[in-house]
Design a protein around this ligand. Structure first.
Ligand code: ADP
Length: 606
């Protein structure tokens, strides 16, 4: 199991994100381009839709305006005086002039006039004005040429006399199935033009020569969309159709055809700027032919707005995609981080479990080793007291030998009563030996070390019993100051006996050779604790001994008498049951060892 700590150095960051950042930038650029394209296309489609609507609207109103006068010139042929004047040269010019003047006023047209077969003006609504057309030769006008051939004529032109632009409608005057002259009506389209001044996008009308004859932007009027070829320019100059206007070119460049009547065009920056309408840049030009006039109506919708919106959207989309990319990156990083943490936690948990398992295993092994050690120490103690025990057994055995020999003699003599007395004594000695061996066996057994209620008095009695021979031999005055059942400790009886044997044996070693050796054993309950004391009147515990008292292998005794493990193991046993062991000096001399153990519940005894 290993933990990997990543150092967040700049180099590692670059290694980690070095390729990611340009990638993010590339994605942002691609998204921006796509959004720009989509937005531009959508904007264009929308512009085309509104452009078409505008085109239809303006074309309808212009057509209506033109159609209003379509049959006007033809109706003049119905007037008798008109035919008489033109066809028969009757001297009624004054009457016709006045008639035309009145008609002109009522119809709101610019002028009405009649041409004879040669194209000379025979009568005119402006007969009484100094710039009257009367007598003028207008045979060069196309509308005359058309009408004299029996067809209605249509022409947008600028008047020669007053320089007034207008729409000329002509119709043949017929008498006896013969064209005798031409009726002409000049209509002003200015009104319509004025209403266009408020339109949002530039609208222009070009005639068959490609000259702008009507425009919502005045400066566009009498310009051409593209430069006129010299031949054409000279022809137009000759026809005086535009009355010697210079007809400059708008410099319109066709960029892209978008269907039949729509194209993307560019107006050169040099094009005039008039009022609010910007006349340079890219436009969507949508055109529609104007009936039989040969004119074309064009709506110029600026695309700059679409581009601006598309740019804004593209920029926003690019920023948003970059932002989302960063968010995703952070999210992914966080996910990775969480994943790493989870993995680390798992590894840690496994390590912890493994450690715990090992601790349990080691504790078990240690406990077993400790048990073995405790048992080994006990066996060592037994070894130490065995000399005394051998004596303890030898004496009764000798007594048994004597008593049994005597019993045989008494039976031979026939003294059955004395023999019986001997045999009874043999019985009680055997019982005594049995008790001793039982006690020894019980002490020597390997105890499991599990806690239970233990009567302190009984444990002390058993310990004293095992050392009885030595106590007697050394004339030790033993007093036990605790009654049976008075103090019950929560521990293991066998282990407590082992502790007591150790403490008493140490005390006996200490008082060995003392003038009046005395041993006092006490037991009492203090609250929830049981206190057991072993007092002796030996030399006590010198300072250096007290410091190392419970250290393993610390002994002041000769090697054949002590290993220095007694107190260390006793202390371990007592601690195992939640108790303590301490050794101090008594004020009156000698040492006292105090054992405390948890008290068992009242009335419980093992
Ligand atoms: P051992 O008995 O094998 O020496 P212990 O751990 O039982 O080992 O005792 C350690 C030492 O403590 C003894 O060698 C002795 O010096 C001292 N000691 C123990 N009990 C007494 C006592 N009652 N009086 C004086 N010294 C003692």
């Amino acid at each position: 199991m290993c933990f990997r700590y990543q150092s967040l150095s700049i180099a590692s960051l670059f290694r980690k994100y070095g390729l990611l950042l340009p990638g993010l930038l590339a994605v942002a650029v691609v998204v921006g381009v796509v959004v720009f394209r989509v937005s531009e296309n959508l904007g264009f489609a929308e512009l085309q839709r509104t452009g078409t609507q505008r085109l239809e609207l303006y074309a309808t109103s212009l057509n209506r305006q033109i159609d209003k006068y379509a049959y006007f010139p033809a109706t003049l042929g119905l007037e008798r005086d008109v035919i008489d004047l033109v066809a028969h040269g009757k001297r009624i010019a004054d009457t016709v002039n006045r008639y035309l003047e009145q008609l002109n006023q009522r119809a709101g047209t610019l002028s009405i006039y009649l041409l004879d077969r040669r194209g000379h003006v025979a009568a005119a609504s402006n007969w009484n004005r100094p710039d009257s057309f009367i007598g003028e030769d207008l045979s060069y006008r196309s509308y005359f040429a058309d009408a004299i051939r029996g067809r209605p004529g249509r022409l947008f032109g600028i008047g020669i006399t007053r320089g007034e632009p207008g729409y000329y409608l002509s119709s043949p005057l017929i008498s006896n199935d013969e064209v005798v002259g031409v009726a002409v009506v000049k209509v002003s389209l200015e009104q319509l033009e004025q209403s266009w001044a408020t339109v949002e996008v530039p609208v222009i009308v070009t005639d068959q020569n490609g000259v702008v004859i009507l425009a919502s932007v005045p400066s566009l009027k009498f310009t051409t969309l593209s430069p006129l070829p010299d031949v054409e320019r000279r022809r137009l100059e000759r026809s005086l159709q535009y009355n010697a206007r210079p007809l400059p070119s708008l410099g319109l460049m066709r960029e892209e055809a978008l269907g039949e009547n729509a194209e993307r065009v560019r107006l050169a920056p040099s094009a005039a700027v008039d009022g609010r309408v910007k006349l340079s840049g890219n436009f969507l030009a949508q055109s529609a032919p104007m009936g039989d006039t040969g004119w074309s109506l064009t709506v110029l919708s600026p695309v700059s707005e679409i581009s601006a919106i598309a740019w804004t959207r593209a920029a926003l989309a690019a920023v948003a995609s970059a932002f989302i990319g960063i968010l995703l990156m952070l999210f992914n990083q966080r996910r990775q981080h969480l994943h790493d943490r989870l993995r680390a936690r798992e590894v840690l948990q496994r390590a912890h479990d493994e450690l715990e398992r090992k601790v349990v295993e080691r504790t078990r092994t240690l406990r077993a080793a400790q048990d073995e050690l405790v048992h080994a120490a006990k066996l060592a103690t037994i070894g130490q007291i065995s000399a005394g025990l051998a004596h303890e057994i030898n004496q009764p055995l000798a007594a048994l030998r004597t008593l049994s020999g005597n019993a045989v003699k008494f039976l031979r003599r026939g003294d059955v009563a004395t023999a019986e007395g001997n045999l009874n004594r043999i019985g009680s000695i055997v019982d005594g030996l049995g008790t001793l061996t039982n006690q020894l066996k019980s002490f020597a057994r390997k105890s499991p070390g599990t806690a239970g209620p233990v009567d302190v008095r009984r444990a002390l009695d058993n310990a004293v019993f095992l050392l009885d021979q030595r106590l007697r031999r050394e004339n030790v005055a033993v007093s036990i100051a605790v009654e049976a059942g008075q103090a019950t400790a929560l521990c293991d009886a066998n282990r407590l006996e082992q502790v007591m044997v150790n403490l008493i044996a140490n005390a006996l070693d200490a008082i060995d050779g003392a003038p009046s050796p005395a041993l006092r054993l006490c037991g009492r309950r203090e609250d929830a604790r049981i206190v057991i004391e072993v007092h002796d009147n030996g030399p006590g515990l010198p300072g250096h001994v007290r410091e190392h008292l419970f250290e393993p292998f610390f002994t002041t005794k000769e090697s054949n008498r002590g290993l220095g493990l007694g107190l260390a193991i006793s202390s371990e046993i007592v601690h195992h049951f939640g108790g303590t062991l301490a050794g101090t000096n008594r004020p009156e001399g000698g040492a006292v060892f105090v054992v405390t153990l948890p008290a068992a519940g009242i009335g419980e005894t093992q």
